[in-house]
Design a protein around this ligand. Sequence first.
Ligand code: DX5
Ligand code: ZN
Length: 227
Amino acid sequence: MPAVKIAPSILAADFANFGAECRAAEAQGADWIHVDVMDGHFVPNITFGPAMCKALRPHITTVMDVHLMIAPVDPYIEAFADAGADMLTAHVEAGPHLHRTLQAIRAAGVKPGVALNPGTPAEAVAPVLDMVDLICVMTVNPGFGGQKFIESQVAKIAQLKRMIGDRPIHLEVDGGVDAQTAGRVVEAGADVLVAGSAVFRGGSASAPAPYGENIRAIRAAAEGVWA
Ligand code: DX5
Ligand code: ZN
């Protein structure tokens, strides 16, 4: 079994202190940092864009995992590549030309990921399986942190795991992941767990020990299913 990666989402961090929050999360055991970009159009919330990602980059020594909840995607790929994203994940639902978008992300020198909203079937990514490094299953409707995990998505994670087969593709789960839900998604085949509120609760960049406790609790629940 590959080690499960825990990717704290800075959507739940202190927006006035992102650099220190990223450093604190990594020091406390984060494997990747998940960066949620929202445009107020594809999702009903606005966060930040490529300039913020570029400013964050020097504060992230692991993997900068950028989740684009924007439409259109293509006009912004170069800017996010220039910002230093390691992974750029676009939504299936963001436009009519998913294949072109994934090609453009790869051509920009970034690893492409594809995300599916809860209402989108697993089959939607079948034609692009050989183009992606990551599939992100949304287990909440995107736009906000702290929402309730949607149980019906567990079967979709398992279906995607079967579809992936031997391909070297990360299966990421995003939304409502905590120590209660982590076991079920890893059992279904997930290997990257995004968690916002379940990581950043209880601490701060200047008192980050709770982040470590939260990460360890999620990891223990996730890896417990292999015991
Ligand atoms: C939702 C975002 C998630 C979110 C997860 O639109 O894509 O990454 O921050 O937050 P929690 O873990 O609080 O559900
Ligand atoms: Zn996300």
